[in-house]
Design a protein around this ligand. Structure first.
Ligand code: C2E
Ligand code: CA
Ligand code: CA
Ligand code: CA
Length: 274
């Protein structure tokens, strides 16, 4: 069930029966939205369950559609990827996060690192690290305030370029997390080939962990592996006390999920978590 805003895709579906039409109109609206700046960033806290402190946040894009209201990224990110518009959205988001960080800094609010989702399309295009370096220096921000969430498929092609990019990012102090860990169809080769900072265990493994023994076994194994590789582990989609208790038992205490908080706008985030 959608709780945040209306489901735009369904609005299109009910008024139009042709899939091509739906996509056509959504793409048109998305292009307009980029010109008219109809997006906002929401932030979801990442908490250390032992100290109860907010140790970071993930920036998540929202589309404030002039007629349909708030549209969630699940509705438009796939089309943005297909049409290449994801490049503009990613650019917008990285700048937005820098703006937010300097706003907090100017207000003397203690900063936390904010992670940004990076499409593999952008990550694999040349100049990724350099662009980020330029952006950070424009805002006079140290690299450790920005973290990147990439998916396994960003690490499967062009090993030499990826290696070089990761090296540059490391020099800048920018941490790299593997998002949706466990859902890709890649091998574990990249864990050996690249030095990554952490993994985010996909929420499909976390949910119902207490009553699905397969999920519990897989999650425990992923945590153990990451720890032995000296990687940070973030459990995503944690909603219940039982899920949290299981994770703590496995020594995983970096938690992101509705249990601690839903994504929200910057003002609310700063009141509740900073
Ligand atoms: P993701 O990167 O895996 O982000 C986590 C998603 O899980 C978010 O959905 C978040 O609201 C949701 N979530 C967090 N905790 C819980 C929980 O406890 N329970 C449940 N049921 N859900 C939880 P959201 O914001 O709708 O984003 C969906 C996806 O859209 C993201 O998945 C990401 O792949 C993509 N996305 C969002 N913002 C951006 C962006 O700026 N750039 C790119 N490239 N992709 C983005
Ligand atoms: Ca993510
Ligand atoms: Ca994820
Ligand atoms: Ca994802």
């Amino acid at each position: 069930a959608k709780e945040h805003g209306r489901n735009m895709y369904q609005v299109y579906t009910t008024s139009m029966d042709d899939k091509q039409f739906q996509r056509f109109f959504m793409e048109r609206d998305l292009r307009k939205a980029i010109m008219n700046d109809e997006f906002i960033a929401h932030f979801q806290p990442r908490v250390d369950a032992i100290t109860g402190k907010t140790i970071g946040a993930e920036a998540l894009i929202r589309w404030m559609h002039p007629t349909y209201g708030m549209v969630s990224p699940g509705e438009f990110i796939p089309l943005a990827e297909e049409t290449g518009l994801i490049i503009s959205l990613g650019k917008w988001m990285k700048r937005q996060v820098c703006e937010q960080l300097v706003t907090w800094r100017a207000a003397n609010i203690p900063l936390i690192p904010i992670s940004v989702n990076i499409s593999s399309q952008r990550f694999l295009q040349s100049g990724f690290a350099q662009d980020l370096r330029d952006l950070l220096s424009e805002y006079k921000l140290d690299g450790h305030w920005i973290e990147l969430e990439i998916t396994e498929n960003s690490l499967m092609k062009n090993e030499e370029y990826i290696y070089q990019t990761l090296l540059e990012l490391k020099e800048m102090g920018v941490k790299i997390y593997i998002d949706d860990f466990g859902t890709g169809n890649s091998s574990f080769h990249y864990l050996k080939a690249f030095k990554l900072d952490g993994i985010k265990i996909d929420m499909s493994f976390i949910q119902h962990i207490s009553c699905q023994s397969e999920n519990a076994a897989i999650t425990a194994a992923m945590i153990k592996m990451a720890q032995q590789l000296n990687m940070d582990v973030i459990a995503e989609g944690v909603e219940t006390k039982e899920e949290l208790a299981f994770l703590l038992e496995q020594n995983c205490h970096h938690i992101q999920g509705f249990y601690y908080g839903r994504p929200c706008a910057a003002m609310e985030f700063e009141k509740m978590y900073l």
